[in-house]
Design a protein around this ligand. Structure first.
Ligand SMILES: [Zn+2]
Length: 333
């Protein structure tokens, strides 16, 4: 069985050694410009004795920047004196995608967050997933995976955990989200949970939280501040880093059903009629899609299928049939 094969990835760090180590996950990748070459995924391990272990990841999608900005910074600055336990930082999980500034890998078009549990004998992206699945997740107590909207979506900044069958783990997840202290906190519903890192971690019974901190293929001063504060807060909350959690006010949102999502049914140019965080009524027109092939046709209207507030929207000015155009979430206060 292929799952019994060892991972081809070799870490240059020792996960059981105290102190700070900056190294790589080295993944052999033979190609035209390097016959015996490798993909070198940066990794940092900061350990101080036994204790809980956190796995902090960014760049699962290569065009999302708050996570990498917060995590390269944390790797450079976190003093092991303030740590009890282990902090494993992989700021750019899908490193080939991150280098290319694209959501998926330029090598195999792999979307890392749809590739779990991965394969040790699969594509480059599947080999990365397999290493997280079999080597990193099992040694983790809490995983924080940073996302933003990438080039095609924009979100109100939130930290999120999923509704889970295990209510004890669910409550721990929501407590960690609250500690992250983003302006918004989300009980998150996934459009397509199969193959996600989230799903892999949760099926292993791990505490797992994630974020959506903005988007558009860039970052903003505010969202990067939220990411930096949030990651330290989660480590403090977990007792892995010393010091008090810097709590900030947060408002809880819920995504109660698939009615949260609206999709385009035509190609065209999108006109947003309301902005992120504004209130939405059921049936309200959120956006219009204007035909661009000719003058004359009336625009397609995108209507909210439920009330709440606008939590995310399509970012680029042009849209294709099937694109997610808007996400509505419900305020739970
Ligand atoms: Zn993402």
């Amino acid at each position: 069985m292929s799952s019994l094969r060892p991972s081809p990835i070799t870490p240059t760090v020792d996960f059981d050694r105290d102190g700070v180590q900056h190294g790589f996950l080295r993944l052999p990748y033979s190609r035209d410009d390097s016959a015996w070459g490798s993909v070198m995924i940066p990794i940092c391990v900061i350990r101080n004795g036994s204790g809980p272990s956190a796995l902090l990841t960014g760049g699962n999608h290569g065009d999302e920047y708050e996570g990498p900005l917060a995590l390269y910074d944390l790797a450079r600055t976190l003093d092991p004196k303030h740590v009890s336990g282990t902090v494993i930082i992989v700021p750019a999980m899908n490193y080939p995608a991150f280098r290319a500034g694209t959501r998926t890998s330029p090598i195999d078009k792999g979307n890392l967050n749809r590739s779990f549990p991965g394969r040790p004998d699969g594509t480059v992206t599947e080999k990365i997933a397999d290493y997280f699945q079999r080597e990193l997740l099992p040694r983790t107590d809490i995983a924080l995976d940073f996302h933003s909207g990438g080039k095609t979506l924009d979100f109100v900044p939130f930290c999120a955990a999923h509704i889970r069958p295990d209510k004890v783990l669910e409550a721990k997840g929501f407590a960690a989200v609250e500690a992250f202290s983003a302006p918004w906190s989300m009980k998150m519903l996934e459009i397509d949970a199969v193959g996600m890192f989230d799903t892999a971690a949760e099926e292993m019974g791990k505490l797992f939280i994630t974020t959506e901190l903005g988007g558009g293929g860039t970052s903003r001063a505010e969202t990067v501040r939220i990411a930096r504060r949030g990651v330290l807060n989660v480590l403090r909350h977990g007792g892995i880093v010393s010091g008090a959690v810097e709590m900030q006010p947060t408002r809880w949102l819920d995504m109660p059903s698939g009615d949260c999502f609206s999709f385009a049914e035509d190609d065209g140019m999108i006109e947003t009629l309301i902005d992120l965080s504004e209130p939405v009524e059921e049936g309200q027109v959120l956006a219009r899609i204007h035909s661009i092939g000719r003058t004359g046709p009336a625009p397609q209207e995108i209507r909210a299928r439920m009330g709440g507030m606008l939590a995310a929207r399509h970012f680029p000015g042009l849209v294709k049939a099937g694109d997610c155009t808007a996400v509505v979430a419900v305020l739970v206060d």
